[in-house]
Structure formats: C-alpha cells, structure tokens
Design a binder for this molecule. Structure first.
Ligand code: HDD
Length: 718
C-alpha cells in the first residue's frame, strides 16, 4: 500500500481546511516537541556508559510520556472502522421540501468524510464478522455540519433508546471471560433477543447476507429513523434516507467470511483503500422516501418505530444526488479514529422526529465523545471542524485551540457591539420545526409499535430461495452456538411467528420441537406496573405481500459490470503465455483486477520462455480472497494437479459458488466429484471451459457470467 496521493478534485474546502494541520518531515531535523534538535535518538542519558539513566533526560521523558498516552478509549460500539474523504453532488434542487443549502444548489460539491464500521467487535477485530455495518456520513456544508449516522440495514433491534445499553451488553463479549469477540453467536445475545420480540425484523436482516458484505463499496446505507425535511414555508415532510451503491449490493457466504477472517482480517479495509488508490472511486446515489406530513397515519405501522421500514413499493425512492469517495485519509488516528459523528448535527431544513430511539441518540453521541475524545472541544479536532464560520461564547476547557480575542464572552452584550449576533430564520438561523405537542408525561410505549412480526415475515418472504436458505443456516449456526436449550426454544417460539417453513427447518437442524405458545409474559416494552396485554405482540396486515427491494439477488443494480472484481489466475512454470495474456487483457479491459498466483514468487517461465511476474504464491493466496478463478492452458499447469493448496483453492471456489474458467490443460486441474464410486469432473453452468488457447468467446462469456457475481444455483446441489 502506498500513501494516499492528491488528485484533480483536491483540495476541496474541507481538504484546504485540513491542510492547515498537516505536517511533513521531509528534509527536516528530528526535534523534541519543543523544537529542540535531537542529536542522539538511540541512547538515553546515563551516568557512565553502563550506569543508571538520568532523570534530567528530557528527551527520553518526553518520548516515553507521549508513547504512554498514545491510546484513547475505543468507541463503545462501532470501534472498528475504515473511512474515506469524498464529495456529494445534488442532481436537482429540493426547495419544495427542504431549505438546506446543500440540497438546493446543484453547483456545490459538498465535502464529506465517511466512516464504515462493524458494531460489536473491538478495534482490532475482523472485518468479516456477522454484524450490522455502520455507514456514517459527515457533510461539511456551508451552513454547518450535517451527520447522517446510519447503518447498512434500514431497521434496528429495539424501539427505545432505554434498551440500547442492554442490547450492547448482551451482544458484546460476555463479561466474565470476554468471549466471544466480534460475534453474536453466544448465549447472552440470544437470551436478550429471545425476550425482545421487537427485534425479530432486524434479526432477519442480521441473519441475512446483508451482514456479511463482499465490500464496503457494495452495500446499501440507510438513515434508519424517519427524519424531517422542512422548507422555507416551514412545511414538513417525513423522510427516509437510502444510499444505493453504484456497484450493486453483494455479499460473501458465511463459510467464506469465517475463512477470510483468518486469511485477511483487514479484507474490507484494504479493499476500500486499494479501490480509492487505484482510482476506482466508490459511488453511492442518495435516495429519499418523501411522505407528506398529512400522511403520517396512513400506514399499518408507525413511522416513528425504528423496527419498521417503508416498502419502496408503497413510497418509491426519489434519487437526489451522488456521493463519490475519492481520497484515503492521510492519518488513521487523526481522521478515522478522531472523527465524531452525531445524529444531532443537523442544518436548517433537516429536523428530527419523535422516534424514541433517535431521541435517545441525540443525547448519547456528544456524551460519548466527552469520554472518548476527552473534552467538549472535540469540535476543534481538524476532522470534526466545520467549514462554516463558527462564533459563539463557549470558552475554555481541555486543549482549547481557539484564541478568542476581546473581553466579551456572553450574550447579550453591549461591550462587544452585541456580537456574535443571533441569526434570523431568513438569515439562516436554525429553528426547530414547530410541531404541536399536547400530551401527558408518561413512561410508556405506543400500542402502534406492537406489531413485531409482519415486517419480519415480509423481509423473509421477499428473499429468493438461496437467500432464505442462508438465513436458515445463519440462524442454525448462531443458535447452535447457544448453550442454553431454553433460549434456543424461546427463539423457535418467536421464529414460528415469522414463517412456518423457516422455523421447521431451523428446529429440525437444532433437534428441537417448536413451542406452541409464546412464553409469557414476554418481558418486553412493559414497566413493572403496566398492563402486559396492552403490549402483547400483535399482527397487522403486511404493508405489501413481498418487496423485491429487500432482496439482494433480485436487484439488477451492479450486475452489468465487473469493475474491481478480483480474479485469481492459477499458474505455474510452463504455463501458456497466450492463454494468460489474452484472458488477462480481456478482464482488465472490463475493469477487473487480475492476480497471478504461482508456487513461487518472482516470475514464472512460460512454454515459450517468456517471463510472467507473479503477484502471490499459493502460500499467501486463497480462493476466499477472490471473486473468481481462471486456470490457463500450458503443459506446466498439469504439475498443479496434485498440489494440495491448488486443490483447496478450486474446491473452495466451487463450494462458494464462484465462476471458474479454464483453458486447455487447465481443464484437467478442475475439481472432481466422487459420483457412484467413480471420479467425475465437476461441471455446471458456472464452470466455463474451452480447448482453444486465448479463446475470445470464453473470455467474453466469463466476463458476462462474472457480472452476476456468483452462480448461486450451484448451492442447491452442494
Ligand atoms: Fe449509534 C456510534 C449508528 C443507535 C449510541 N452509531 C455509532 C456509529 C454508527 C451508529 C454508524 C459509528 C459512528 C462512527 O463511525 O464514528 N446507532 C447507529 C444507528 C442506530 C444507532 C443507525 C439506530 C438506528 N447508537 C444508537 C443508540 C444509541 C447509540 C440507540 C444510544 C442510546 N452509537 C452510540 C454511541 C456511539 C455510536 C455510543 C459510539 C461511538 C460514537 O457514538 O461516537 O454514542
């Protein structure tokens, strides 16, 4: 990996702002923090060559002290992350709905910084955990910062922020032995979930392939809550935010995910970094579902309930703009680690709703930065700094950078001429949407939040057979790791409310009977004195029978391109150079990345004595790190027939439904199956072969097939 390099789009306003803080030690002396040049950075000062060190050695003390304090607390959730800079462009003005400047002026390229994350694992855990992915976007708008702090799933586990610490305590490693890391497959998580029927819709998402993305560049993003757009007439529309990846949504298989975690736990981080370095800038379109204020109550679910989505069949998406990520951070700690997001960072024209999960978040995020970043001045950290003018009377505190001049730090004042002034609304001052609220103070939950199963069923039944099987396997895996049988049974009780075939398959794999009744009382949404019947899970009519947009495999987006797909060429000395070069040229022209794998590094010598540089050896490469495999022709290829690593490579590629192509002698290397006691070569539509060397028809068919990502139909026969 090389350092990030500036490109033509830089610097944008935020880049210029960050430049103020950048340093570069090229051709410079080594100094202390006080600027004193250091003469010896290898030895501490001592009383004699073999004597004790001297307390006066300020160079040693400073170096060690700084080192001792290098770490800050990791995020309590979303600790592991990868981020990038980019910009957002608006397609057409949205003045009818919002007065937000960056959503009204198509000539503005709004700088963004985006951090993707897993939720449960520590900072050093694997990228490929089965987990929700955070999708947090910081827009540096000219009217201040807007943070869209979302996930790659459109719903959440719980309905009220009051339950968030419980949810996270349950999913994190168990407190007595700190096991397991970055995994939900353990008793405390499923104990909690089995007592929280409201989580059932989100559980379907987390058990689906959405929880194991192929790439951070190939996943959707969602604002989750219903937000508001407010226009300059103070009219409000309810809004759901969606990010749609231009490369389409793709996932890996769970077996693959587990193996990738061992082979390269930085798989996603590296993929994002390398795509940006190579100029393949990831792009997402931003879509909104717009619901007029008057339609708040027309749905069978509550718009304020974060466990529900609004099917795109009912309220279609309006695509409003595009985000491009075009620059890697210069420094992980300064940018990716210190960036502080907050759903409460909004600009005029965007406002909150009363979703009780969102309302709790509005408190949590500033609070957590105080312990993580150590001071209320975290807004001064370069990556968090607004590019809009910032003036107020907030002062002092740890590590304050600003040198506020003058004697006035209060408002109103006359000594400072009344500055800084309040802004009128038509001068851009923020005013909350003046929603009418007339209510009793209660600690309760609305009965309109009580249908926990209809959308879980909607999600499950909208999936293809392949995707449904993956959910069944995921549930069987997760519950199989749960040791307490009563928890497994309770989960079966809840799953029986989602889909009868789903629960019968999972229960069979677990060797358990499905309980007839839900255990009572389900300890959910209810205070000690409340009427449990009021909160009994209810079923209402599904908003739509099925919704194709919920299925990854039904989507057509990203299925016309193989840009950035990683293709392994299994090679050896004695390979046919034309076979390698022709296929490589065709794939590269289509935008794929080709890696030559061979028994040794350096170069291999082909049949015609030309040298082909090797990218990786069979020791470091593995099928799970690639999207597809090509085995070229050449007499030397036959030597790979008994190579264990090559066999495993191809067996895994086959098992994980990857497309495999082979030419000439390469065909003989392909895996065999044991069929009625006789070995037969494995063949299916996902395996493309040709006897011709450099066959253009083969490369064209391979590229065509690869655009579909995987040959999922194979799975049914495995
Ligand atoms: Fe959260 C981080 C997304 C519910 C409290 N959250 C965090 C991040 C994302 C989300 C993407 C990482 C931001 C980054 O990259 O720095 N969180 C969500 C979504 C939620 C959600 C989509 C539900 C719809 N979160 C949620 C609740 C609470 C929190 C209900 C607390 C009441 N979240 C936090 C936090 C974190 C955080 C503890 C940890 C680090 C941070 O804030 O900066 O405050």
């Amino acid at each position: 990996m090389k350092n990030s390099t500036p490109n033509q789009d830089h610097p944008n306003d935020k880049e210029r702002d960050l430049d103020i803080n950048k340093s570069n030690a090229e051709n410079q002396f080594l100094t202390t923090n006080q600027g004193v040049k250091i003469n010896d950075n290898n030895n501490s000062a001592k009383a004699g060559e073999r004597g004790p060190s001297l307390l006066e050695d300020f160079i040693l003390r400073e170096k060690i002290t700084n080192f001792d304090h290098e770490r800050i607390p990791e995020r309590i959730v979303h600790a592991r992350g990868s981020a990038a800079h980019g910009y957002f462009e608006l397609y057409k003005p949205l003045d009818k709905y919002t007065k937000a400047g960056f959503l009204n002026d198509t000539s503005i390229k709004t700088p963004v910084f985006v951090r993707f994350s897993t939720v449960a694992g520590s900072r050093g855990s694997t990228d490929l955990a089965r987990d929700v992915r955070g999708f947090a976007v910081k827009f540096y708008t000219q009217e201040g910062i807007f943070d869209l702090v979302g996930n790659n799933m459109p719903v959440f586990f719980i309905q009220d922020a009051m339950k968030f610490p419980d949810l996270i305590h349950a999913v994190k490693p168990e407190p007595h032995n700190e096991i397991p890391q970055a995994a939900s497959a353990h008793d405390t998580f499923w104990d909690f979930i089995s007592l929280m029927p409201e989580s059932m819709h989100m559980i379907m998402w987390v058990m689906s392939d959405r929880a194991i993305p192929r790439s951070l560049r190939m996943m959707e993003g969602f604002g989750v809550h219903t937000f508001r757009f407010v226009n300059d007439k103070n009219e409000s529309h309810f809004i759901k935010f969606h990010w749609k990846p231009k490369l389409g949504t793709h996932s890996v298989l769970w077996d693959e995910a587990q193996k990738i975690s061992g082979k390269n736990s930085d798989f996603h981080k590296q993929d994002l970094w390398e795509a940006i370095e190579s100029g393949n800038f990831p792009e997402w379109e931003l879509g909104v579902q717009i619901i007029p204020e008057k339609d708040e109550h027309i749905f069978d679910f509550d718009l304020l309930d974060p466990t529900k989505l609004v099917p795109e069949e009912i309220v279609p998406l309006t695509i409003i703009g595009k985000m491009t990520l075009n620059k890697n951070p210069d420094n992980f700690f300064a940018e990716t680690e210190q960036v502080a997001f907050h759903p409460g960072h909004v600009v005029p024209g965007i406002d909150f709703t009363n979703d009780p999960l969102l309302q709790g978040r509005l408190f949590s995020y500033t609070d957590t930065q105080l312990s993580r970043l150590g001071s209320p001045n975290f807004h001064e950290i370069p990556i968090n700094r607004t590019i809009a003018p910032m003036h107020n009377n907030q002062r002092d505190g740890h590590m304050r950078q600003e040198i506020a001049t003058g004697r006035v730090s209060y408002h109103p004042n006359s000594l400072g001429g009344g500055c800084p002034f309040q802004a009128k609304i038509d001068e851009g001052g923020f005013a909350s949407f003046n929603e009418r609220i007339d209510a009793h103070k209660v600690r309760d939950r609305s009965a309109s939040f009580s249908d926990h199963f209809s959308q879980a069923t909607l999600f499950y039944q909208s999936q293809t057979d392949t995707e449904q099987e993956h959910i069944i396997k995921a549930l069987t895996f997760e519950l199989g790791k749960v040791e307490t049988v009563a928890i497994r049974e309770r989960m079966l009780g809840l799953l029986s409310r989602v889909d009868p075939i789903l629960v019968s398959k999972v229960s069979k794999c677990l060797g358990l009977k499905v309980p007839k009744e839900l255990e009572k009382p389900i300890n959910h949404g209810v205070g000690a004195d409340a009427d449990p019947n009021k909160h009994e899970p209810t079923f209402v009519k599904r908003p739509t029978e099925t919704s194709d947009s919920l299925s990854i495999l039904k989507s057509e987006t990203g299925k016309d391109s193989i840009v950035t797909r990683q293709i392994a060429f299994l090679c050896a000395d004695g390979v046919n150079a034309a076979s390698v070069n022709n296929m490589k040229a065709a794939l590269k022209k289509a935008g794929a990345v080709v890696k030559i794998i061979a028994p040794h590094l350096g170069s291999i010598v082909s049949e015609d004595d030309s040298e082909i540089p090797v990218d990786q050896s069979y020791l470091t490469a593995a099928s799970v790190l690639f999207d597809a495999v090509f085995v070229p022709a050449g007499k030397g290829i036959l030597d790979l027939k008994n190579n264990g690593d090559v066999k495993e490579f191809l067996t895994d590629a086959y098992k994980h439904c990857k497309f495999i192509a082979a030419e000439g002698q390469g065909i003989e290397i392909l895996p065999f199956v044991n069929n009625n006691d006789s070995e037969k070569p494995i063949r299916d539509v996902g395996i493309l072969v040709s006897d011709q060397i450099g066959d253009e028809y083969l490369s064209a068919s391979f590229i065509n097939a690869l655009a579909n990502h995987r040959f999922w139909e194979r799975e049914a026969n495995l």
